[in-house]
Design a protein around this ligand. Sequence first.
Ligand code: AVJ
Length: 320
Amino acid sequence: MNDSTEALSAFAEDIRTGLNQFPKTLPSRYFYDQIGDELFQRIMDLDEYYLTRAEFEVFVRQKAEILKAFLGDNDNFRLVELGAGDGTKTKVLLSHFVEQKVDFTYSPIDISGHVLAQLKDDLSAEIPSLKVEPIVGEYFSALKELSGNDSTKEVVLFLGSNIGNFDEASGVEFLKHIGANLAAGDMLLIGFDLMKDPRKILSAYNDREGVTKAFNLNLLTRINSELGANFKIDQFDHFPTYDPLTGETKSHIVSKIKQEVFIEALGESIDFEAWEAIHTEVSQKYSYKMIESFAEEAGFRIVKNFTDSNDYFVDSLWEK
Ligand code: AVJ
């Protein structure tokens, strides 16, 4: 079996499992095919999607304090980013560190070699003197490889409230795993979207233009094209919810009618009752208390919280 058939069958199996469960569920990591990446880029530009701008503001206004905290008593470090994307926000920090003549290397880690090559080209054009050493691979094996290499202080970036896609138990597991691949004194800067006016949160996941709807429903389009399914996209709707008690923000795909969908690659039909939903994503919102207990459970100490002027978003700096 080659790599792409293997990836296809993992995708197929996850879809089979999720759609045969009750309630139905699909993993949010499958949003990000090429169309999904483009839609997420558009989401980040939406008026309603405040997260990216808030974190950008944290970096613009506090880059000097962030640098000071990263350095501590050291005169160099390696900056490792998990899931770097196009690096727009990170560039604010990178340019500042280069201007300050800090001795550091930037190592973005991503599963996609294509994304990393693009980012590296981009960075060498924009910040020519920056040292970039991308690592293609899974987060944990890449981190392990790094920490085995030398005694340089590592500062890991996990931005954008990507942690919010994990449920609580697997989030703690994930952070423990990161910690297991770091040495005492290494750091983690992790972005959390904070609890705020519930209406503001809900609009961020239900924009007027319908970009988030398209992003969510693209999962079905992807199943159609990659697994030969016959989802009729306009017979499904996008429906997000926010629970102000728990901070849980969920996206759902709702079947507007009773219908049956055939998925060729599975040789299987899936039944939907009228208004039956598929859970597709959690985008957890946090209180400071939740962040504190999160850090403690994962085995980190909070060094400092950096927040934007609206208190929408916090980048929390943790030390192992
Ligand atoms: C990339 C996971 C941070 O949950 O806010 C945006 C993805 N989903 N709109 C988020 C997303 C719907 C986003 N993260």
